[in-house]
Design a protein around this ligand. Structure first.
Ligand code: HEM
Ligand code: HEM
Length: 186
């Protein structure tokens, strides 16, 4: 579905801007950068945050659940189309000492523990492979780390083929931290 970018901008400029900024370039590390993300992925995330009576939420977030409760399916498509048009700012690592190790994991995985290379799905430059594999380049390391945790704890279980849940179950805290730092620099 193609969204109405003008209508999407109206939504993004409202309550969303308080955390994600008007152009989706959140300045606060716990709030994800949404600028430049593929529209289909963003719309899917908004839908997955929805709490539907009697159903288990695929992506549980106390903050985002009330936000998406206010949005119609068209609103989600429109705001996603708007964010997709925005240019993401370059990311910054918070711990440069972990970059080398993070790069190795990202590009080559860890054969010993059966961790595949992140680049195989998210592409070598982190820009993702539409429609299923999101771009993750330049993201705040704190947010990326929190998502790896969420996949591990099962509060996020919306990946199409359970790849993320399986991968993080094999990763150490240290590896998750290192790869999150490297991804911020892509
Ligand atoms: C995550 C959109 C309002 C805080 C997300 C994601 C999207 C999104 C698409 C998922 C990003 C990804 O998967 O990379 C929106 C829209 C909003 C809105 C369209 C307005 C209707 C807010 C507000 C806050 C907020 C006001 C802060 C009070 C967060 C947080 C996450 C998140 C903490 C990460 C949730 C998690 O841990 O899974 N938002 N957002 N958002 N947003 Fe928002
Ligand atoms: C989503 C990191 C490997 C498939 C994500 C997200 C992160 C991430 C942070 C969430 C993005 C966001 O919230 O905006 C990583 C890292 C990897 C890795 C660090 C290597 C250790 C892989 C591999 C695959 C894969 C090898 C495919 C087999 C996916 C899919 C999603 C995703 C399908 C989207 C889930 C959804 O629809 O919500 N990944 N990934 N990832 N990843 Fe990975």
């Amino acid at each position: 579905a193609t969204g109405d970018i003008e209508k999407g901008k109206e939504i993004a400029s409202g309550v969303c801007a308080g955390c994600h900024n008007v152009d989706g370039n959140s300045a606060i590390p716990i709030y994800p950068i949404l600028a430049g993300q593929e529209a289909g992925y963003t719309a899917k995330q908004l839908n997955d945050f929805k709490v539907v009576d009697g159903e288990e939420t695929k992506r549980s977030s106390e903050i985002m659940a009330p936000m998406v409760a206010m949005l119609s399916a068209d609103d989600m498509t429109n705001v996603a189309a708007y964010y997709a048009q925005q240019t993401p700012k370059a990311g910054v690592a918070s711990d440069e000492s972990l970059l080398e190790e993070g790069k190795r994991l990202y590009q080559g995985g860890n054969l010993e523990d059966d961790i595949p290379a992140c680049s195989s799905c998210h592409s070598p430059n982190g820009q993702g492979i539409p429609p299923h594999y999101p771009r993750i380049d330049g993201q705040h390391p704190g947010y990326t780390f929190s998502q790896l945790h969420a996949f591990r704890q099962g509060t996020r279980k919306n990946d199409t083929n359970d790849a993320m849940q399986m991968i993080v179950s094999r990763m150490s805290e240290h590896e998750m931290k290192a790869v999150s730092e490297y991804i911020a620099t892509l």
